[in-house]
Design a protein around this ligand. Structure first.
Ligand SMILES: [Mn+2]
Length: 346
């Protein structure tokens, strides 16, 4: 049996962090659609039997009907593939949601919060698929405990959306549970980083989800399983550090920041080290791939070494050091004054 596992697309989420920058929120929503198109193309090319959508496919609060129609038109392109949707905590099967009001293509089945068993036979092998999803934004049902009479001669698959680290509000999945131990395959959504059970988010939702994102395509028989990661997100979020210690002014800093310009990458740049100038970078002169610049630098101590100088600067620094020690100025005020001095000396 061939399958694809996709999870956590969060269609139509606002992408607030990056939406303020050159309308990138809209770009990311288009990226989500393109990534999903790759899923459908892959299902088509490989004639997969099942497309498992393991929850948080649509972002309940923001998803537009037009997006539901867009995805449904894609489901129609793979009529031979059974599309099984697990509602997650961001797209629970609540009253009046699209899962209840929209007429999906005939090959689409949306699970409820009741444990369901879908039995099938593919290439002469019997398959039982056990699954359930969310019917509310929080859920602690742990329905896998209700599974009974598992026929271990069949291929047994468990699909759901939940937390394998024990968060009871999000359908805690205890992988050491005896029912789950009998499963040949467990496919989950909820955790956005991919591992043995989770496909991770199809498209990265931001800088806390760095690296490549996509989905799994796999094949399972009773004796063998294989699977492969397929990258679907054309963009990548990168966190990187830039040490400013050897940079002498802001123009040079801007030049360095703008050298992070690889196509299809978004950057969050953490400035570190000792600064020799005050940093106040105008985002307008940075290239659009630079989404955030975080200043974690400390003021260069070069100037602090001069309090023994008999120069005016030395006297100023000495006085300032005394004020800091006496608690008359805060470290922040101290840094500001030193910085002011530094600027005026240029
Ligand atoms: Mn999610």
């Amino acid at each position: 049996m061939k399958y694809i596992q996709v999870a956590d697309i969060h269609f139509d989420m606002p992408f607030t962090t990056i939406s303020n920058r050159a309308n990138l929120g809209q770009q990311r929503r288009i990226d989500q659609r393109e990534a999903f198109k790759k899923v459908i193309e892959c299902a088509k090319e490989n004639k997969v039997d099942y497309l498992f959508l393991c929850g948080d496919i649509y972002e309940d609060k923001y998803v537009r009907e037009s997006t539901v129609i867009y995805t449904n038109n894609l489901y129609k392109e793979i009529p031979e593939t059974k599309v099984i949707i697990v509602p997650g905590n961001h797209d629970p099967r609540i009253k009046n949601c699209y899962y209840n009001t929209f007429k999906f293509a005939d090959n689409v089945k949306v699970l409820t919060n009741e444990l369901q068993v879908l039995s099938d036979q593919i290439n002469g092998e019997e398959i039982d698929i056990y699954g359930y999803g969310f019917n509310d934004f929080h859920m602690d049902d742990n329905r896998y405990e209700d599974i009974s009479d598992i026929d271990e001669s069949k291929i047994n698959i468990f699909i759901s959306h939940g937390d394998d680290e024990g968060d009871e509000e999000y359908n805690a999945i205890d992988l050491s549970n005896s029912n789950l131990k009998k499963m040949d395959l467990i496919l989950l959504g909820h955790i956005h980083k991919r591992d043995e059970y989770y496909a991770g988010s199809l498209c990265s939702l931001g800088f806390d989800e760095p690296g490549e994102h996509g989905f799994y395509i796999g094949e399972i028989t009773k004796t063998k399983k294989t699977r492969e990661f397929v990258r679907a997100d054309s963009k990548e979020f990168v966190n990187t550090e830039l040490d400013v210690s050897n940079i002498n002014d802001e123009d040079e800093l801007v030049e360095k920041i703008n050298s992070y310009n690889e196509e299809n990458k978004y950057y969050e740049i953490h400035l570190v080290g000792n600064r020799k100038f005050s940093i106040d970078v105008d985002m307008n002169i940075l290239n659009k791939n630079i989404i955030k610049v975080k200043d974690n630098t400390e003021l260069s101590n070069e100037i602090e070494l001069k309090p023994n100088d008999k120069t005016l600067t030395g006297i100023f620094v000495k006085k300032l050091n005394e004020k800091l020690e006496a608690g008359e100025v805060t470290k922040e005020e101290y840094d500001k004054m030193l910085e002011g001095l530094l600027e005026s000396l240029k």
